[in-house]
Design a protein around this ligand. Structure first.
Ligand SMILES: Cc1cc2nc3c(=O)[nH]c(=O)nc-3n(C[C@H](O)[C@H](O)[C@H](O)COP(=O)(O)OP(=O)(O)OC[C@H]3O[C@@H](n4cnc5c(N)ncnc54)[C@H](O)[C@@H]3O)c2cc1C
Length: 604
């Protein structure tokens, strides 16, 4: 872990009371003068001033060491499902070892026995997963049953992807790390304690987030272009979501090595956590003796053998299977709209009409450019957060394949001395939503049908129009001039691959055509188990005891420019909340419901 010490003049009040930007030099100045005057009291006053300044202004920021190898100590308590003999009961069974599931499991294991079941394998040292310059490969080659990325087409016809690997989608994503916006905290419906939120973020950041040392060529040009285009102010490096142009964190370190959510499992208490891979959960099991409650899960291993595990009294089943996996599992388990479950012959456990509803995915639109230089950097380090809605980002595209199905119109590998860049943006809070329905009523390995209804609401098209306007300004900046092709006959020009921006910015029809034609996903899908519709403000499934959902399926909008920071924070935050809640149970109640002892399973 690397900690950098930096001064932050945090408020105007600070500035008023502490006018010296550098209290150390002020102190030395006083000391030098006082030596001569030998005035003890003044020296002490200066020292006191220094201590106050340091206390108030010095912020200790800790990040991952620039060249750290991935922490794979979690492998010591990770098992293949075929070789694993579960204990009879665990305090917590977590379904899905993804972006939320990993930090959640590590946190709960501090005090309780936890079983983490993940349908994918371990791929943290697979070169395609590990190295940033190969980050598109897992998406391109996701064509077998056990590939870390699972591709699918939504019913809108848009090519999409989700993680199927320990670490979840954080192992196949582009690594940009930026915290949630205030709107999200205010409207998510989740109970937030903001000081616990901050420490949950820091718990993640200390382990797997890098503060980029310096921007490389394309990201530096992008930064300058955004600022020049009026995406102001110029915020420099900041993890918080603030309006303007910023450098964010990354889960890729400066040597281009990925540090995904999987490494957070290494922070677990190894005595209490069992991670089982290639363990696909088929359904949640319920008891209805008193209140309806989840009591365990059924899962199968890679040989198709079925297993059943249960939770202890006072424990919980927690679904962290992602925006597609969690609603799918609730439906398969008989929690969902009664009529549609009945029509699929799934026994109804509880009528929950909103399971699988309000599925949303932020549209991505933009342009692809062939540029006349070979760019040294791929990946995203910079984001522009505009006042009028869209967020803008850009990346140079690694040279991998002639056809990249998730980047519309990209059908060439550039010659060695040229590069391809994508300059685009995210419609930040789409109003259009859709739904998820089962394609198979018995088989969890069959991807459900999902429709996001992109651009079915005019507000979203209008925001795409705003995005087009910002992109136009970005492309007109001085910072972008060097990426045009030179010409003697006509002015220097951009070489577009696919559509250029609509020429007339007041022509709503051509803007709508552009937005629909260049539509693709930002991979920030969410919804399906919304707060106050399917789960309550503590993410407990409404009307069912001992069952929670903790992942992006509970969000009604995607937090910040990019969601992974918030989703990892959520895993840690809810884990800590559960620990605190249980710590308040009286000593005698605790004695009745829980015995704190290491796991007694039969595994090495
Ligand atoms: C290509 C791509 C690029 C992205 N780029 C960025 C970026 O740069 N920055 C950013 O912040 N976000 C990015 N995102 C988005 C971000 O990665 C996701 O929003 C986030 O990881 C989702 O977290 P989750 O916990 O909800 O789900 P996931 O991380 O997907 O976890 C779900 C886990 O559950 C498992 N699972 C599902 N069903 C079952 C079952 N039945 N039994 C057992 N296990 C099951 C899955 O295998 C998976 O491991 C990107 C996403 C993608 C796909």
């Amino acid at each position: 872990m690397a900690c950098s010490f930096s001064y932050h003049m945090q408020t105007k009040v600070n500035q008023l009371f502490f006018p010296f930007k550098d209290p150390f030099s002020f102190y030395i100045l006083v000391l030098n003068n006082m030596k001569r005057a030998n005035h003890q009291m003044l020296r002490e006053a200066a020292l006191f001033y220094l201590v106050i300044c340091v206390g108030l202004q010095l912020k200790v920021v800790c990040f991952l060491q620039p060249n750290s190898l991935p922490d794979e100590s979690y492998l010591g308590f990770t098992h293949e499902a075929t070789d694993f003999f579960p204990a009879e009961e665990y305090d917590y069974i977590i379904v899905g070892g993804g972006t939320a599931g990993c930090p959640l499991a590590a946190t709960l294991s501090e005090k309780y026995s936890v079983l983490l079941l993940e349908r994918g394998g371990v791929a943290s040292s697979d070169p395609d997963i590990l190295h940033e310059n190969r980050s598109l490969n897992p998406l391109l080659y996701a064509n077998h049953d056990d590939s870390p990325a699972q591709n699918f087409f939504s019913e809108d016809g848009v090519f999409n992807t989700r993680g199927r690997v320990l670490g979840g989608s954080s192992m196949i994503n582009f690594g940009f790390y930026s915290r949630a916006d205030d709107y999200f905290y205010q409207n998510s419906g989740i109970e937030w304690d903001m000081s616990a939120v901050k420490s949950a973020y820091e718990w993640v950041e200390n382990s797997i987030v890098t503060r980029t040392d310096r921007l490389r060529r394309w990201q530096a040009s992008t930064y300058n272009a955004f600022v020049e285009a009026g995406v102001a102010p110029d915020n420099g490096f900041i993890l918080d979501h603030v309006q303007g142009t910023k450098i964010g964190g990354s889960t890729y370190d400066d040597s281009g090595r990925r540090h995904g959510a999987v490494e957070l499992i290494s922070k677990a208490n190894p005595e209490n956590l069992r991670v089982v891979i290639h363990a696909t959960v088929d359904r949640v099991l319920f008891s209805s003796s008193n209140n309806l409650a989840a009591v365990g899960v059924k899962y199968h291993d890679s040989k198709g053998t079925q297993h059943e595990v249960h939770v202890k009294r006072g424990g919980e089943v927690i679904l962290s299977a992602g925006a597609i996996g969690s609603p799918q599992l609730l439906l398969l388990s008989g929690l969902g709209p009664e009529s549609s479950l009945s029509s699929q012959k799934i026994p109804v456990v509880r009528d929950l009409p909103f399971v699988g509803q309000f599925m949303a995915d932020n549209p991505r639109n933009g342009v692809n450019l062939l540029v006349p230089v070979r760019l040294p950097d791929v990946g995203v380090r910079v984001a522009g957060i505009t006042e009028i809605g869209p967020y803008v980002e850009s990346t140079a595209v690694p040279r991998v394949s002639s056809i990249i199905p998730f980047i519309p119109f990209l059908d060439l590998i550039p010659p060695v001395n040229l590069s391809v860049v994508v300059v685009g943006g995210k419609v930040s809070r789409p109003k259009s939503t859709g739904s998820l329905n089962l394609a198979s009523s018995v088989d969890v390995t069959v991807s459900p049908k999902v429709r996001f209804n992109y651009y079915s609401r005019t507000e979203d098209i209008l925001q795409c129009g705003n995005l087009v306007e910002i992109l136009r300004k970005v492309l007109e900046t001085q910072a972008m001039e060097e990426y045009k092709f030179p010409s003697i006959l006509v002015p220097n020009y951009f070489a577009y691959i696919g559509p250029s921006l609509p020429e007339d910015s007041s022509d709503q029809e051509s803007i709508a055509i552009f937005c629909r034609k260049t539509l693709s996903t930002f991979w920030h899908m969410h919804g399906g188990c919304l707060v106050n519709k399917v789960v309550d403000s503590r993410l407990k499934v409404i009307g069912v005891d001992s069952l929670r959902v903790v992942d992006a399926s509970t969000f009604f909008n995607s937090p910040g420019t990019n969601p992974q920071a918030t989703i990892m924070m959520l895993g840690r935050y809810i884990g800590e909340k559960i620990l605190n809640e249980r710590a308040t149970i009286s000593f005698f109640e605790q004695l009745k419901t829980h015995q704190t002892c290491p796991l007694q399973d039969l595994n090495p």
